[in-house]
Write a protein that binds this ligand. Structure first.
Ligand code: FAD
Length: 506
């Protein structure tokens, strides 16, 4: 029995990060007292509505009823991200969830596809991915649990309303005993002997102490930076976007697509995230290349329908905190750093932070070995995601603006250059431990951004060409038939998890 356990955890901040952390910790740490402080006077960032498939693991950890969670947060399903105009104007491709085809005799499926292309085939690789094919057709169904069915290969995540998601998790966490305290933190007191955080003081004088402090205060980073002065590594030279403007609108346009759309623009890119009751939109841009007014004008001009709220301007600096865990303080969410919303990785990094914290949960001795491991893994995960995101900007052929020319000409991390060079030779990729993006994601974006391997893996030629060609034909036909048999995304939502204000377009 540990005689030095953590007895109290204090979470500062009640955005997505704060409430996800409160929900997960209260579910797992049954004997620890958890308090969350948030201030109604300080708004949450209010965006962050697209997720990636690992969120299903988080939902399972909490034991959520998926249909109820979707109804309460007005969620829709997400099977892919569609990238429009990224490679060059007029071009589009999907980064779908899940893999392409099936490996044959340990040779990667995309190698067979590359050989077929070299022999004149024009069949898109998406034809071998069920999530991509269903996304293009606007269809959805929950995956089969039978691994023998093609439908088992469907991978999905969610689009949801960020404000409703925080509220939903708040109810969940409060139901498990988390105490919410309203108030603005105005001071942080450090212990004289070791510089650990002793307490935070709220406006009005109330003082909260704890053994472990979790900084979920967003870009303010009140504890990890404000009090502990950790420092920040700026990645602006690779990820030049430093502003965003968000503006939801009425449902319209292509309606309830089961995918996020990311459209490249002259000085950044726009997102479109369809929810049950509205569509989320935003323009992420570089302030060196476009003014706030022009960014807003470009966003407004592309909305599917009338705006549902005033524009929400957000400033950020791409990068990461030098350390995410310092002494008795762990930063989770925007307080720990922020890359780019492009591949919807930020909510995932919250989840990854919570998972690592639970796996390395300390006692009041705070063993520096565990703190160091948490930081090492967090930095590794963030840098791997950083490289993947940079790829989208670097590998472009656009000639219409300085923004895209500069992105193409920038020096990139050596780790990414090596990956691109290896793929460009014979389509080979090696998955790093802790890379959130598995090989099929890299294949989708490398090919999507028009990095075409000069050759394919010679091992492909060791297999009978006719047999392989037959397998490819059967597989793509099966994927197509399976996707066509699914209900539309809209019909599935109507039946499974429709909220009272669900806006049907058909
Ligand atoms: P915040 O939402 O800013 O919450 C901070 C909290 O701290 C608030 O509750 C506030 O009241 C509290 N607080 C601050 N100061 C004090 C104080 N002094 N006293 C008391 N309380 C205080 N992520 C994705 O995964 N998918 C996406 O599609 C996506 N899109 C994004 C688009 C943009 C433009 C941006 C900027 C981010 C996006 N993200 C996305 C990231 C995502 O929004 C965040 O990861 C997520 O919202 C978590 O934010 P947070 O809780 O860390 O911070």
């Amino acid at each position: 029995m540990n005689d030095n356990p953590i007895r109290k955890v204090l979470i500062v901040g009640g955005g997505t990060a704060g409430w996800m952390t409160a929900a997960a910790l209260s579910k797992v740490l049954k004997t620890v007292q958890i308090t969350l402080i948030e201030s109604d006077a300080i708004a949450t960032v209010g965006v962050g509505e697209a997720t990636i498939p690992p969120i299903n693991t988080f939902n399972q950890l909490l034991g959520l009823d998926e249909a109820d969670f979707m109804r309460q947060t007005r969620a829709s399903f997400k099977l892919a991200i569609e990238f429009v105009d990224w490679t060059r104007l007029g071009h589009r491709y999907l980064h779908p969830f899940g893999g392409f085809g099936l490996d044959i005799e340990a040779i990667k499926f995309h190698q067979f596809w590359l050989k077929a292309q070299s022999q004149g085939s024009t069949q898109p690789i998406d034809d071998f991915n069920l999530s991509a094919t269903a996304a293009r057709l606007g269809r959805f169904m929950l995956p089969s649990k039978d691994p023998g069915q093609v439908l088992s290969s469907l991978k999905y995540a969610f689009h949801f309303d960020a404000g409703l998601y925080a509220r939903y998790l708040r109810r969940f966490a409060e139901g498990l005993g988390v105490v919410r305290r309203e108030g603005k933190v105005v001071d942080v007191t450090l212990r004289g002997e070791d510089g650990f955080i002793d307490s935070v003081t709220l406006e009005g004088g109330h003082v909260e102490t704890a053994d472990l402090f979790i900084d979920c205060s967003g870009f303010r980073a009140l504890l990890i930076e404000g009090a502990l002065k950790t420092g920040y590594e700026d990645w602006g030279h690779w990820l030049p976007n430093d502003r965003a403007v968000a503006m939801p609108c009425e449902t319209g346009g292509d309606g309830l697509t089961p995918f996020t759309r990311a459209t490249a623009d002259s000085a950044g890119w726009r997102w479109r995230i369809p929810l049950q009751h509205r569509t989320g939109n935003g323009y992420v841009y570089s302030s060196r290349h476009i003014s706030d007014e022009d960014a807003l004008a470009r966003l407004r001009a592309t909305l599917d329908g009338p705006a549902r709220a005033e524009p929400n301007f957000i400033r950020f600096q791409a990068g990461r905190r030098n350390q995410m865990w310092v002494k008795n303080c762990v930063a989770i969410g925007l307080a720990s750093g922020f890359l780019e919303p492009l591949e919807s990785t930020s909510i995932h990094l919250i989840q990854a932070g919570i998972t690592k914290l639970l796996a390395l949960f300390p006692d009041r001795g705070f063993d520096p070995v565990e703190t160091a491991e948490y930081n090492r893994l967090s930095i590794l995960q963030t840098e791997l995601i950083r490289d993947f995101i940079i790829l989208h900007f670097k590998a472009n052929e656009r000639t219409d603006s300085d923004y895209w020319r500069a992105a193409r000409e920038m020096e990139i991390p050596e780790s990414l250059q090596r990956k691109i060079d290896l793929f460009a030779a014979r389509g080979r990729l090696f998955q790093s431990d802790y890379d959130l993006f598995a090989e099929p994601s890299w294949v989708a974006v490398l090919l999507g951004q028009n990095i075409r391997p000069r050759n394919y893996d010679p091992l492909v030629d060791t297999l009978d060409e006719q047999v392989v060609r037959g397998q490819l034909e059967r597989l793509s036909a099966l994927v197509r038939r399976t996707a066509e048999a699914l209900p539309t995304h809209e019909a599935f939502i109507a039946r499974y998890c429709a909220a009272p204000d669900f806006e049907k377009t058909a």
